[in-house]
Design a binder for this molecule. Structure first.
Ligand code: PLP
Length: 391
């Protein structure tokens, strides 16, 4: 069967592949510890579960508006107005989506034409470049660097803007590096983009997971001055440990959101009705759950970074945010190895799954999620140290 050319431009998501391989090994009885998935090991908040259960029992099981239930859209718009002064008032400026992933894909479909360029600071989340490729566009990667904690800076991004640039995708805190962007850099990017008619898509999936470094700044803070330029994408997956519920959203200018709404009306229709009810309950009543999770992740971050740095030839700066360690491991490569072969060796010899940095456009590093239990972290890191000790 001949497949469409666009499929040949992309591969399976590397993070999902690692998770799948670890699950396959487990199913065969192999005791694998997986640091692959970016998925909190916490339970979804009880208020969300209860609200969804009640909603389901009450028969809230039909189609909703394609862009989701009004109460949730309204609550999100209010939140951005209250916290960041965003000028978003009309319901049509918010779309609830099937996870942030769908929001980002629909945005790419809405703004990227064949040959258009999209600037993405790298290392970057696996799906950003492939979503752009699927839409016929060209990802333009602008490197950030380990030396300053992978801080995302305006200069490189502004320099990469050309007449073909349609959008910039910023992700702070960043998956996989944990690097962040400072307010002034974000402001300069938005101003530069606004002057050239470029859209800034700010993926704020990890907004709550900030440990130190600069305070998180939402791109929504610049929407009042540049209302046509800023789109914010968010997710309930990580903040509320609700990955399987598949609820995310996009908020921003009416014209762009109208494009997203039209695409979604053909692609998925509404996200699951009662999952949205649960998400609204989480937004309104799960702050204590969120804070407890972040405090636990802070402890895990320190544990992982300390254990990684104790392994000869591995260096890891504490990530400012998100819940991934992104150590440099290239000094431990054998001849001919890159991050893919190194990760395969760890799976083989240590029974530990990590994601090769190549998946994030950086072959000198690997990514370890610390959204798993302290016991798993200790055991997995001991296994890695032991396996590498044999070298
Ligand atoms: N954006 C980033 C940077 C992510 O790391 C992820 C998930 O790993 C997503 C978006 C997707 O989140 P969701 O589960 O809401 O689709």
């Amino acid at each position: 069967m001949k497949l469409a050319a666009r499929v040949l431009r992309i591969g399976e998501s590397a993070t999902m592949k690692v998770t799948r391989r670890a699950a396959e090994l487990r199913a065969r009885g192999v005791d694998v510890i997986s640091f692959g998935a970016g998925e909190p090991d916490f339970a979804s908040p009880a208020v969300a579960v209860e609200a969804a259960r009640e909603s389901l029992a009450a028969g809230f099981t039909k189609y909703t508006a394609a862009t989701g239930i009004e109460d949730l859209r309204r609550a999100l718009l209010d939140r951005y107005r209250r916290l960041w002064g965003a000028p978003w008032g009309a319901l049509a400026q918010a779309a609830i989506t099937v996870g942030a992933k769908a929001a980002l894909f629909e945005l790419a479909l809405a703004v990227v034409d064949d040959g258009d360029e999209v600037i993405i600071p790298s290392p970057c989340w696996v799906s950003f470049p492939d979503q752009v490729r699927l839409c016929g566009g060209t990802p333009v990667l602008v490197p950030s660097h380990a030396g300053d904690g992978f801080r995302i800076r305006a200069d490189g991004i502004l320099a990469a803007m050309t007449p073909a640039t349609r959008a910039v995708v910023v992700n702070s805190p960043c998956n996989p590096t944990g690097g962040m962007i400072e307010r002034d850099d974000l402001r300069r990017i938005v101003e530069g983009a606004a002057a050239r008619g470029i859209l800034v898509v700010s993926d704020e999936t990890y907004e709550r997971f900030v440990y130190d470094g600069p305070a998180f700044v939402s791109c929504a803070a610049f929407a009042a001055d540049h209302p046509e330029t800023v789109v914010v994408v968010g997710s309930f997956s990580k903040t509320y440990a609700m990955t399987g519920w598949r609820i995310g959203y996009a908020v921003g200018p009416p014209a762009v959101l109208a494009g997203v709404a039209a695409i979604q009306s053909h692609a998925t229709s509404n996200p699951t009705s009662f999952a949205m009810t649960g998400a609204l309950a989480a937004l309104e009543g799960a702050e204590a759950d969120v804070r407890a999770m972040i405090e636990e992740f802070r402890v895990r971050r320190d544990l992982v970074v300390h254990a990684l740095n104790a392994i000869p030839g591995i260096t890891c700066r504490p990530p400012a945010g998100a819940f991934y360690a992104f150590p440099r491991v290239a000094e431990r490569y054998r001849d001919g190895e890159g991050s893919v072969e190194f990760a395969e060796r760890l799976l083989e010899d240590a029974r530990v799954a990590v994601v090769p940095g190549a998946a994030f456009a950086d072959d000198a590093h690997v990514r370890l999620s610390f959204a798993c239990s302290r016991e798993d972290l200790r055991e997995g890191l001991t296994r890695i140290a032991r396996a590498l000790d044999q070298d």
